[in-house]
Design a binder for this molecule. Structure first.
Ligand code: E4P
Length: 214
């Protein structure tokens, strides 16, 4: 299972990349806006830190506009993945980019049928937003399981990128149903390391060691 960090914050990316568990980065227009720098500069800086897929999202809503942005973003670095919304126009752009071997990540996916459309158009990644489904009373991880079954039925190569992960149990559930990738916020990445018995056990080991030196 690959782990991406879901942020545009360079300090969070640098720190988590140091832990050895990060394979790539996802951004979106909201995350980029928080950083107060333009997307091109931000993606360039991220590509200098992380050697792995970096999703950069278009903001146009028509296919020609999306494609113009996509070609400009793809020029930044070979690791850039073009993030396109799950719309008809997004699918038109996805189809063209797939034919040109430019990697894509279809975002704002909330149904198995939407994921199927993205796979048919050769998307590299499909991003079901599980936290936002939970927010409206559905079970987000169930969508991941359905997409997994459908992709397995037809041997689609599109990777399932679990997004909108809000807590550590989301990650475990995604791993149990076989998501290929999870994109995880910095706060949740930190929480993954924690267990009270690890903390208390380590404290005791260090205390016993110190006492043995007296
Ligand atoms: C990932 O590609 C998305 O940008 C992100 O996971 C959305 O998460 P949110 O629903 O917490 O905003």
């Amino acid at each position: 299972m690959e782990f991406f960090i879901d942020t545009g914050n360079l300090e969070e990316i640098k720190e988590s990349y140091r832990w050895g568990i990060i394979d790539g980065v996802t951004t979106n227009p909201s995350l980029v806006a928080k950083e107060g720098i333009d997307q091109r500069s931000l993606i360039t800086s991220i590509s200098e830190i992380v050697d792995g897929p970096i999703s950069a999202e278009v903001i146009s809503t028509d296919a020609p506009g999306m494609l113009k942005e996509a070609y400009e973003l793809a020029e930044i670095h070979k690791n850039v993945v073009i993030k396109l919304p799950m719309t008809k126009e997004g699918m038109v752009a996805c189809h063209e980019l797939s034919q040109k071997d430019i990697k894509t990540n279809i975002t704002l996916v909330f149904s198995a049928n939407q994921a199927l459309l993205a796979a048919k158009n050769g998307a590299t990644y499909v991003s079901p937003f599980i936290g936002r489904l939970d927010d409206i009373g559905q079970t987000g991880v169930q969508l991941i399981a359905e997409i997994k079954d459908i992709f397995d039925n037809y041997a689609f190569q599109t990777k399932i990128l679990a997004a909108s992960i809000r807590h550590v149990d989301h990650l475990k559930s995604c791993a149990l149903v076989g998501a290929d990738v999870a994109t995880i916020p910095y706060k949740v990445l930190n929480q993954l390391f924690m267990h009270p018995l690890t903390t208390s056990g380590l404290e005791q080991f260090l205390k016993d060691h110190a006492n043995s030196l007296k």
